[in-house]
Design a protein around this ligand. Structure first.
Ligand SMILES: [Zn+2]
Length: 531
């Protein structure tokens, strides 16, 4: 096979390979140009008059694991036009060799894509494995020199924000919802930036966004013709938060009525269990009491979080609670089925160690963690080994639920509920009319969502507002402020899902760069990288 066809398959008539050698572990390819004439870069007229010959040296993609150097014998031409300011010019080529470049176009593409996909340092290491000698800074320079293409105007656009630093500085991401690719990212999430971008790209039909005020404002003024669609996931999330508040409040109220130490959601479903006294919660309880004291003193959430070393969300959660709920262990029900065996072993051996018991249970098919077993036994007031605090296991397991878990069950589709969850819903609703109304409202809302029946939203809002439940009233009021977009969200198939996925991708790339990425580099890596 002819070497020219092998090395330049698409332009065998422009170049001719004159020699192939191997010098000092390098493959050297000698090439000469076969072009008949060349266009002057000053006046674009062709010239055939050769001034001189010179050799250009390029790095090419490695050949069979060896670094590869390409030596091109090129020419200089006279420009034949008297009025042209250029007198002598170097030979230009349409592909493979660009002016001033010292690597071939194909090597340049490999390096560019490596840097776009993996960033500077990692790309340098991969390039080294492939026998391409290039530094991380050179790779980043290649990315920086690459121009961003003019952003296309999509029919359906999704907007969301992403954090440079959470609770600090934010940017925006714009995604084409039809091909799910990132079109552009913006440096902030101000209404004016969105508006400016939309005005430069007129003709967008659909804009999906969350309920952030700046996006509503920016989209309305930047693209008044576009139909706005609220993100469905956020709508469901806000409804869930409202439900959580109602359930927390109702639990506290019902607890006051029953006046028992144990609050409702740790009430045993099997009343034959003789011992229902709560387990003291030690440090957790102390911290809770301290927080309640601070709350009464009127401290801010931030200050309390700092003093207690607690997360702000935990502080918020505790602030809404009247009484500290029992800590529930994970995977309830897993340990309970081994009660007969545990009881038998406890009778046989008073000094039984938990580790021994765990090993034995594992042989009998228990596949939970050691910590789950430990938590479960603590939950039932059992201490194994020397510290025996209670030797009797209850006859059956208790069933406990946190308000947030019950809220999740409220939001779950009816046909997906397990028997245990159904039973719990029934018990909870029996005790509170507010929760019964909440459940029926949530189910009606889900119906609208699954059947894409946006036109029924108005009725639902009226019902929610007249339900007499303040959280539902507030949620419905919120929907009214953004009514048209919410109705579209409940009638149209468009969703912000592809945007959320791309935000995830953005975060991964951002963190890969250890906080050293500039906005421009991040933008190029996201927009230019091939899918
Ligand atoms: Zn010229």
């Amino acid at each position: 096979m002819d070497a020219t066809c092998l090395i330049f398959p698409s332009s065998a008539e422009t170049f001719k390979v004159t020699a192939l050698t191997r010098e000092c572990n390098q493959v050297c390819i000698y090439v000469q140009s076969n072009q008949h004439n060349c266009l002057c870069p000053g006046c674009s007229n062709p010239s055939k008059r050769v001034h001189s010959y010179y050799t250009r040296k390029f790095r090419d993609v490695p050949a069979f694991g060896n670094p590869c150097t390409l030596l091109l014998k090129a020419r200089k031409f006279y420009c034949l036009q008297d009025e042209c300011p250029v007198k002598i010019f170097t030979e230009r080529f349409c592909n493979h060799f660009l002016p001033y470049r010292r690597s071939t176009t194909r090597l340049h593409h490999v390096c560019l894509n490596l840097a776009l996909q993996t960033g500077g340092k990692l790309a340098e290491r991969i390039a080294k494995l492939m026998n391409i000698q290039i530094s991380d800074t050179s790779l980043l320079r290649i990315v920086n020199n690459e121009h961003l293409p003019e952003a296309e105007t999509p029919y359906a656009l999704g907007i969301d924000d992403w954090a440079y630093k959470k609770r600090g500085r934010y940017g925006s991401i714009l995604v084409n919802l039809e091909n799910r690719r990132i079109i552009d990212i913006l440096n902030d999430r101000e209404a004016c930036s969105i508006e400016r971008w939309l005005k430069v790209h007129p003709g967008i039909g659909i804009i999906t966004r969350d309920r952030y005020g700046n996006y509503i404002k920016g989209a309305t003024s930047g693209a008044p013709q576009a139909l706005q669609v609220t993100d469905r996931w956020h709508l469901l999330k806000n409804l869930g938060e409202a439900a959580n508040k109602i359930i927390t409040r109702e639990y506290a109220r019902m607890n006051k009525i029953t006046k028992t130490e144990e609050i409702l959601y740790t009430e045993p479903l099997n009343t034959s269990d003789p011992d229902t006294s709560p387990v003291s919660d030690g440090i957790r309880k102390q911290r809770f009491d301290y927080l309640k004291k601070l709350q009464n003193d009127g401290l801010s959430i931030k200050r309390m979080a700092k003093l207690l070393g607690m997360h702000r969300q935990t502080v918020k959660k505790y602030m809404a609670m009247q009484i500290l709920p029992r800590k529930i262990y994970n995977d309830q029900g897993m340990v309970e089925q081994y009660f007969p065996y545990i009881r038998q072993r406890m009778q046989e051996n008073k000094d039984l160690y938990l580790k021994t018991l765990w090993t034995e249970l594992k042989e009998r098919g228990y596949n939970g963690a050691y910590s789950t077993l430990s938590d479960a036994l603590i939950y039932y007031g059992i201490r194994l080994g020397k510290k025996v605090s209670r030797q009797q296991l209850p006859n059956s397991g208790r069933m406990s639920f946190k308000p947030s878990k019950v809220a999740m069950i409220f939001l779950t589709a009816e046909e997906k509920l397990t028997d245990r969850q159904r039973e719990l819903l029934q018990k909870v609703c029996e005790k509170s009319t507010e929760l019964t109304i909440t459940l029926s409202l949530i189910r009606a809302y889900r119906q609208i969502m699954t059947n894409k029946n946006g036109s029924k939203l108005k009725d639902w809002i009226d019902k929610a507002k007249s339900s007499g439940i303040k959280e539902m009233f507030r949620f419905a009021e919120g929907l009214l402020t953004d009514y048209a977009a919410t109705e579209s969200a409940l009638s149209l198939p468009w969703s912000n899902g592809p945007v959320e996925g791309n935000v995830n991708k953005l975060k991964t790339i951002k963190r890969q760069m250890y906080g050293r990425a500039s906005f421009e580099l991040l933008r190029k890596r996201l927009v230019l990288a091939p899918a």
